[in-house]
Each structure stands twice: as structure tokens, then as C-alpha cells.
Design a binder for this molecule. Structure first.
Ligand code: DGT
Ligand code: CA
Ligand code: CA
Ligand code: ZN
Length: 561
């Protein structure tokens, strides 16, 4: 049934027209959307027989548009309107507290385009700083988001990690905790997190547990005890705190970090030696403790090299640890550069100078400015002349810098046939060309594979950005034969991006590992559209680690050159 798609587009048109100050028409679209939404039969059946034109509130013009949506999956008129305001208006306005006007304001002030952007901005307390919004609105939005996201029941890594860090910081302020760490899927760096698992050592477990359930973020106490407490936060996230004796902390950290599959495989190693392994420690055949206070000590006692949490998925890591061949996976501190950055020359919110200042503040040594090439769906993208002017601007700006360098670049759009929308001679002048798919996501697997192979084989293209196009919880990856794409990329020395935006994390860990096996190099790019987005890099690093990437596998972990 395409009813939902049709209604969604009609609703969004109504909102976009409203924002443009158009009178009357929005009401007509909204009414048609409501009618389609509440239909008892598939709209495509009505369109097939022409009966859709007889629906109440559906005039000739809207009937034509409905037919276009049913037949092609989208609507040219809608695309035109959206080009002026490239945000996910429909999803944003589903959130309690966000109307079309607020959505537009949030885009213009904070660069908010998607639910993930909104969640990050609200969580970081930025929404309240926007003129006309304030703290009340921010709280309402956070509650609204929790309801919207609550359906899936999992939270993005990009939100869960700062949240866990802030809880831990608050708990440390009480002075009641000797040790406090997050475990579970968060410590393994998974892209979404079901619940938070905290582990602690305290000399006063009773008061420590009281402090935990008394945190201002807590909406509901699910369990309250000296060994284990559980709460639900205002945003819907469940957090478990376990307080363990110091001599068991390492074993508990190992156990509650998981994954479950890793733990089961690890326990088999212990059992094979006639030992016992659980969350309290590692014990020999006479129940004497062998290890437990220290996590690395548990692995070492089992004859294994310590294994980074991100690798603990029972995906070959135990065999490698047994032979002492765990790779030294990339760290945030290894990154010298960010090779995917936008400025206000396209759809970023900040100037070149501001983006450079933010990159420097985070210890980076160079960035590539990769603004969008102009394209129907990307407002304000660069024309060839605009790009020429930017190349000159960057050259002048570089002369004023010491200890930092800006590379010239572009993010070109890969057209349906795999060609690029910027002339070759201009691409040849750039230091770094990023290519990505921003339209025609629904090609067949063969078409998409050929399209991507042609793009990565272009001698000017240095990196394929957000290679699969997926957005977590919003849009599935497009279909392509990735092994063929990776082979072509390796052959033509085109890097594959791990886009670090927490809603993308694209390549994901599994594909990143396959790309490395195909001898591709990776680029961990923030795709920053605002200065604070450089902080996304850590999520990209976690994903790269889960993909077993070493610093040598990552372009921007090498020195400038
Ligand atoms: P999540 O919360 O769904 O994102 O995923 P996790 O991995 O954080 O899972 P969670 O919170 O249910 O449990 C935390 C860790 O505790 C898990 O990664 C491994 C460990 N664990 C939980 N249940 C079992 C179990 O039945 N057997 C073993 N060996 N370990 C378990
Ligand atoms: Ca968990
Ligand atoms: Ca848990
Ligand atoms: Zn980009």
C-alpha cells in the first residue's frame, strides 16, 4: 500500500507551502492527505481505476499529483519545494513541540535536518539557546523524541555515549565511587544501544546506589539494591548499575561488556582448562580465584592477549588472541585530519575560518573542505565558478595559517549513470574529491553496482562517501555488490568512507572489515555541517575499530602530505 507515502508527501507539501506564506493551498493538501491516510483500500487500486479523482477534497491538480506519486514513488513538485528547505520536515514535525516554523528555525540556526540532528541539538542544550524557543520547548522536544524513538527501543550510539559520560561524571561528583565504567553494547561501540550497563566499585554501596537512583535524570526507579539498581531516564533509556567488590571488577566488566556470543566462547576456553569463569572471577578446579580484579588479567590468565571491547563479537577474535595476533586497532588520537567537511559555501552553518578553528581545537592538523556541488536537491551547492573562487580563497587562507593546512575539495554527486556533476578539468585541480550518491537510490543492484564502480574508477575521485546511503532507523542501505565495488575502489586507490555522523555510520563495521580485506583504504570523515560536528569522529573511530581497522588502514590517520 502506498497510502502512507502519498499522505506523507501531501502533508509535507502543505507544511512547505505554509512556510512559504502561501494561502489556502496548504489546507487543500492537508485535507487530501487526511483522506488518503484514512482510506480503507490501497490508493494504487483507486489510481488504477481513476477513482482517486472522486475522493472528497481531491481536485484535478491533486489527483494528478497522487497518480505521479503512485507511479514513480515521488513527485517533482514536492522535490522542487524541498530543494528550498532540504530537511526531513515530515519526521521533524511528528515530534511533539516541533511545528513547521520551529523546524525551519532549527534548520536555519542549528543546521538541524533530521531527527538525529534534532536529538543531538536538544541533548546538548542548544535548542534552548535559539531565540524564541527556550528551555521549556527543549524539554518538550526531548520528551517528544523519546516517544518517537521509543518505538524501536534503541538509542543511537551518538546519543548514548555522551549520555553515559554525563551520568558517570555526575556520579563521580558524589565522591562515593572508586571505579565506574560503562559496559555492554556501548563499550563495544555498537551503532545503537538497548540499555546502559554501568559497573562500579564503592566503599559504601548503599549510599552509592541511593545517589544513582536519585540522579535528576531518573524518571522511574525499577530496582534499588546495593548490588544492582535499575532506572528509567526521562528520555526512556534504561540504565542498570551494578556495584561489585574490587576483586571482581575486572571479571564483571568482562562479563557485562559481552557480547553474549563472545562470553560463551570465552567460557569454553576456561572450561577446556577445567576452570570456571563468571562475573565474579576466574576460578581453578578447586575454586581458587585465578583472576578477577583486572579485565586484562582475565584474558591473560586464559592464555589470551587482551581483546579490545569493539572486537568482542565472536568473529575470530579469540583465535587471534590465542596466537597473539590481535590487531592494534585505530584510536581517535591517531586521526590527524578530517577529509569530509562542509562550510557555508554550501549547506554548512559556519564559515571556513570557523570550521578550521573548530578542527584545530580538536587537535587536527588538516581538513579537506568538501562542499556540495550544486545539485537539484542540495541547496546552495557550489557551481564551477563558485568552486574556482573557493580554491583561491583557500590558497589565500592557507598563507595565513601555520601548523594547519586546508585541502581544496568537493563532494560531487554521482549521477545515475556513474558520471559526476563537475567538469574533469576542475576536479583535476583539487586536492581531494569526495563522491557520493544523493539521488536515485532505488536503482537495481546491477545498476547501482555499475554506477558506483564507474565513480570509484574515475581518476579524480579520491573517496566514496557514505557508500551505502543508509540512515539508521530512517533509510535502508541501497543495494549493490559491495565486494565488486571494493575491488574496483582498491584497484583505483579510491578510499571508502566511514561516515562518522551517528545516524549514518556508513560504511558500517561489517562492510568496513570487508573493504579492508579487499585492500581498500578507509577515510573516517565527520561530514561536519557545523563546528561541533567534528565531535562525530569518535563514533566513526568506534565503527572502524569494530571493523578491525588499524591506523594504517585509515587515510586520515597518516601524517599530512
Ligand atoms: P543492548 O543492551 O541490547 O544494546 O546489548 P548488550 O550487549 O549491552 O546486552 P545486555 O544489556 O542485555 O547485557 C550486557 C552484557 O551482559 C552482554 O553483552 C553480555 C552479558 N550477558 C547478558 N546476558 C548474558 C547471558 O545470558 N550469558 C552471558 N554469557 N552473558 C550475558
Ligand atoms: Ca546493554
Ligand atoms: Ca543491561
Ligand atoms: Zn557531505
Amino acid at each position: 500500500m502506498k497510502n502512507e507515502l502519498v499522505a506523507r508527501i501531501l502533508y509535507e507539501i502543505a507544511d512547505l507551502l505554509d512556510l512559504d506564506g502561501v494561502a489556502f493551498k496548504p489546507r487543500a493538501y492537508r485535507r487530501a492527505a487526511e483522506v488518503v491516510e484514512s482510506l480503507g483500500e490501497p490508493i494504487e487500486d483507486l489510481v488504477a481505476s481513476g477513482r482517486h479523482a472522486e475522493l472528497p477534497g481531491v481536485g484535478e491538480a491533486i489527483a494528478k499529483k497522487i497518480a505521479e506519486i503512485v507511479e514513480t514513488g515521488h513527485l517533482a513538485y514536492h522535490d522542487e519545494l524541498r530543494a528550498k528547505l532540504p530537511i526531513d520536515l515530515y519526521a521533524l514535525t511528528r515530534v511533539e513541540g516541533v511545528g513547521p516554523k520551529t523546524a525551519k528555525l532549527l534548520y536555519e540556526t542549528l543546521g538541524v535536518r533530521s531527527l538525529a540532528d534534532l536529538e543531538i541539538a536538544a541533548r546538548e542544550g542548544k535548542v534552548r539557546t535559539v531565540k524564541g524557543l527556550g528551555e521549556k520547548t527543549e524539554e518538550k522536544i526531548l520528551r517528544g523524541l523519546a516517544e518517537t524513538r521509543g518505538v524501536e527501543g534503541r538509542m543511537l550510539l551518538g546519543l548514548a555515549l555522551p549520555l553515559a559520560e554525563s551520568l558517570i561524571a555526575k556520579l563521580h561528583e558524589t565522591g562515593l565511587f572508586e571505579r565506574l565504567e560503562y559496559a555492554g553494547s556501548l563499550r563495544r561501540g555498537r551503532e545503537t544501544i538497548g540499555d546502559l550497563d554501568l559497573l562500579a566499585v564503592s566503599a559504601d554501596p548503599a549510599r552509592a546506589a541511593d545517589a544513582f537512583v536519585g540522579l535528576s535524570d531518573v524518571a522511574e526507579v525499577l530496582a534499588h539494591g546495593e548490588a544492582k539498581s535499575s532506572v528509567r531516564l526521562g528520555n526512556g533509556m534504561q540504565v542498570d548499575l551494578r556495584i561489585v567488590p574490587a576483586e571482581s571488577f575486572g571479571a564483571a566488566l568482562q562479563y557485562f561488556t559481552g557480547s553474549k556470543a563472545h562470553n560463551i566462547a570465552l567460557r569454553k576456553v576456561a572450561v577446556a582448562k577445567g576452570w570456571k569463569l563468571n562475573e565474579y572471577g576466574l576460578y581453578d578446579d578447586e575454586d581458587h580465584p585465578i583472576a578477577g580484579a583486572d579485565e586484562d588479567g582475565v584474558y591473560r590468565a586464559l592464555g589470551l592477549e587482551p581483546i579490545p571491547p569493539e572486537l568482542r563479537e565472536d568473529a575470530g577474535e579469540l583465535e587471534r588472541a590465542a596466537s597473539g595476533k590481535i590487531p592494534h586497532v585505530v584510536e581517535l588520537g591517531d586521526l590527524h585530519a578530517d577529509l569530509h567537511v562542509h562550510t557555508d559555501a554550501s549547506d554548512g552553518t559556519a564559515s571556513l575560518e570557523e570550521m578550521v578553528a573548530a578542527a584545530r581545537a580538536r587537535g587536527l592538523e588538516y581538513i579537506a573542505v568538501t562542499d556540495h556541488a550544486r545539485f537539484a536537491e542540495v541547496i546552495g551547492g557550489l557551481t564551477p565558478d563558485g568552486l574556482r573562487a573557493q580554491i583561491d580563497e583557500i590558497a589565500r587562507f592557507n598563507e595565513t595559517l601555520s601548523g594547519f593546512r586546508v585541502l581544496t575539495g568537493i563532494e560531487v554527486n554521482i549521477q545515475p549513470d556513474g558520471s559526476l556533476d563537475m567538469p574533469d578539468d576542475l576536479l583535476a585541480r583539487l586536492d581531494w574529491v569526495v563522491a557520493s550518491v544523493h539521488s536515485h537510490f532505488r536503482q537495481t543492484k546491477d545498476e547501482m553496482t555499475a554506477r558506483l564502480i564507474r565513480a570509484v574508477s574515475n581518476e579524480h575521485v579520491d573517496c566514496l562517501a557514505h557508500p551505502t546511503g543508509r540512515k539508521i532507523g530512517e533509510r535502508p542501505p541501497y543495494d549493490a555488490d559491495w565486494d565488486l565495488v571494493f575491488r574496483a575502489a582498491a584497484e583505483h586507490a579510491c578510499a571508502l568512507e566511514i561516515n562518522a555522523n551517528p545516524i549514518r555510520l556508513d560504511l558500517n563495521a561489517e562492510l568496513a572489515r570487508r573493504a579492508i580485506q579487499a585492500r581498500c583504504r578507509l577515510s573516517i570523515g565527520s561530514d561536519a555541517h557545523a563546528p561541533e560536528h567534528f565531535d562525530f569522529l569518535r563514533f566513526g573511530v568506534l565503527t572502524a575499530r569494530r571493523g578491525w581497522a588499524t591506523a594504517e588502514d585509515v587515510m586520515n590517520a597518516a601524517g599530512a602530505g
